[in-house]
Design a protein around this ligand. Structure first.
Ligand code: FAD
Length: 590
């Protein structure tokens, strides 16, 4: 068993906070900036009732703002236009979108779609590096007078019954055996009136909150008149995007060019596709950066599916290999994204807490876009927080207004019509495409108003059953070898993610029962952790004391914080918890 037990007898210094935002990605930073703008406006209008920003904090586990942010990314500017109307003048934009193309790939050929389907049209959007963009947004937050604690993870929720009273930050200086080192520093207890979860995909504190308060298991239909929350919920579902940043000779994929592909190397039973975005010109001229990656739905049937291998196979397709010829891979990374959309949203608020961004499933998977929704949801949470602050009431009823604001905003207009999109693909690619056409014709209703969804790990087939399937999945299965130029094995790729952790710390991947790994999982699923992890964290090795018997070996310091293991482990015995703050990938330019 690989467990992490809390240290005993540690006094945690307390700090009072008005608002704590956990996670400094687009959602958290937009929330902080909007809150600051609202406070400024309030203070200007009410000279005798001034609000202070002194006790508003953003916690970010990365050493530097943006380092853990990985995205495509094409930005829909809608919410930035509302947050900072002049943002285009100073934000780091790689390029405005200048051209689009959509292809369907077979193993050898690429068929260009004569039209770009409306959800994939990107004119008016911008290609950005989310790391650079978030770093810039974070600087705005700090300039506005809000404190951002970099290198501090929210590690525990401070609960009082059903009320969230704040967050405990991570203890620093704890060794592998869970003992204090000489540089030990206890985490802080940030006692907050309002705690806002903006942890991104599969947030670790958000997961605990959802589990402890049974937030996804409420049944019924319609909307709760007290809290404005939709009561019917699907389980959350996810995809993993494996990304590489390349430097290419000029003219291959010029700045502003957007390409999407569907089909190969996936078969008709996996959900996913690729993106190729032309980024900024390289200094010194002669070429530009290109973001390319492949999203594989984390609801695939074959347990040997390896999403990093999927990307390597994709690059070998003649259409893609031609584009990449003579180029160089410079960065690598991976991250999951929520695909479930509207019906998978948890309640957005309760006593003392709200959830925003990817943590609450604010992502339009049909468009592969969530940044603008994360920003808007953060802004609406800021408005809700200020109203609660002024009313001196952070109860579920008061903070539940966030749901009403979401329902009345363009988030609803965008997400509600695609509420059944992803679920349509559970029966395969063709059914999914037919369903998409039906949804377009019926305003998203399709055959029923709500299509159910199933957690991805439940859809994984056992070894015995998958052997009977006719599809050729060699391009997806098992680890990729890599030639070191066009394709890369996981360890070589990982080197380009800049991942660094303090080695002497307790494992942050908590495997609750490692006996399952060597017994049931080996026989039933062939230990899929060694395939779905894009960073070689999980290895299955021979037990030295019992030749012929296998055991799990963990390499936590390889972890790129994508959260795939937490989502896809078939027995749900892996918990991803934040490592010591500051550790993780460094997605410079990604
Ligand atoms: C491969 C890929 C491609 C994508 N492409 C696009 C695209 O082209 N366009 C688009 O609009 N969207 C795209 N998306 C989606 C988009 O990136 C997300 O919707 C968006 O980043 C969500 O913002 P967020 O702030 O909710 O989460 P994140 O961007 O994930 O930020 C969360 C932050 O919280 C921090 N954090 C997490 N837990 C803790 C904790 N416990 N304590 C302290 N800090 C914590 C993280 O380090 C991170 O900095 C893509 C996503 C992926 C994975």
């Amino acid at each position: 068993m690989i467990f992490r037990t809390p240290l005993e007898g540690v006094e945690h210094p307390e700090m009072e906070a008005d608002v704590v935002i956990v996670g400094g990605g687009p959602a958290g930073m937009a929330c902080a900036l909007r809150l600051s703008q609202l406070i400024d406006a309030h203070n200007a209008a009410h000279p005798d009732s001034q609000l202070s920003k002194e006790n508003i904090y953003v916690l970010e586990k990365a050493r530097e703002i943006g380092q853990h942010c990985l995205s495509g990314a094409v930005l829909d500017p809608r919410s930035m236009d509302e947050l900072l109307p002049d943002w285009r003048k100073e934000a780091p934009i790689e390029s405005e979108v200048t051209g689009e193309a959509v292809y369907f790939l077979t193993s050898k050929r690429a068929f260009r779609s004569p039209i770009t389907p409306p959800p994939m049209q990107d004119h008016g959007n911008y290609i950005i590096s989310l790391q650079r963009f978030t770093k810039w947004l974070g600087a705005k937050v700090e300039e506005a007078g809000i404190t951002v604690f970099n290198g501090f993870a929210g590690s525990e929720l401070l609960l009082d019954g059903a009320r969230v009273n704040g967050v405990r930050t991570d203890d620093k200086g704890v060794d592998k055996t869970n003992q204090r080192k000489s540089n030990f520093e206890p985490g802080y207890d940030l006692r907050a009136k309002i705690t806002i979860m903006a942890e991104g995909t599969r947030g670790s504190l958000t997961k605990k909150l959802i589990e402890q308060m049974h937030l996804m298991s409420q049944e019924g239909s319609g909307e709760d008149p007290e809290t404005y929350t939709p009561i019917v919920r699907n389980p959350m579902t996810y995809g993993i995007g494996v990304k590489e940043l390349w430097e290419l000779p000029a003219g291959r994929v010029p700045p502003g060019q957007v390409i999407y592909t569907m089909g190969w190397p996936l078969t008709s039973h996996e959900y996913g596709g690729s993106w190729i975005y032309g980024g900024r010109e390289l200094s010194g001229g002669g070429g530009n950066t290109v973001s390319l990656g492949f999203v594989t739905g984390l609801d695939y049937p074959d347990p040997a599916t390896d999403p990093q291998h999927v990307l390597q196979s994709f690059k070998q397709h003649p259409f893609v290999a031609r584009l990449l010829e003579g180029g160089k891979m410079v960065r690598y990374g991976a991250k999951t994204m929520p695909n479930g959309g509207w019906w998978s949203m948890p309640p957005l608020a309760g006593d003392g807490w709200m959830i925003v961004g990817d943590s609450a499933s604010f992502l339009n998977s049909q468009r592969l876009k969530g940044i603008h929704l994360a920003i808007k949801s953060g802004m609406l949470a800021a408005e809700t927080a200020l109203e609660a602050w002024l009313a001196g009431d952070s109860s579920a009823r008061q903070l539940g207004r966030l749901q009403k604001k979401v329902n009345e905003s363009w988030i609803h207009t965008e997400l509600y019509p695609v509420r059944n999109f992803h679920q349509g693909f559970e029966q395969g690619f063709m059914t999914g495409m037919l369903n998409t056409a039906l949804l377009l014709a019926t305003g998203g209703h399709g055959l029923h108003n709500r299509y159910p969804a199933h957690p991805g790990h439940e859809r994984m087939m056992q070894l015995w059953d998958i052997m009977g399937q006719p599809e050729d999945r060699t391009a997806l299965r098992g680890p990729a070898r890599g030639d070191g130029q066009l394709t890369f094995d996981k360890l070589t790729a990982l080197y380009h993610s800049g991942t660094r952790h303090e080695e002497d710390q307790p494992a942050h991947l908590i495997v609750r029962d490692t006996d399952i790994c060597s017994s049931r999982c080996a026989h039933e699923f062939g230990n899929p952790c060694q395939f779905f992890c894009p960073a070689n964290v999980y290895e299955i090795e021979e037990k030295p004391e019992e030749p012929g018997k296998k055991r799990l070996r963990l390499n936590p310091s390889n972890c790129v914080h994508c959260k795939t293991c937490d989502i896809m482990d078939p027995y749900q015995i892996i918990d991803w918890v934040p490592p010591e703050g500051g550790g993780g990938p460094n997605y410079e330019g990604m």
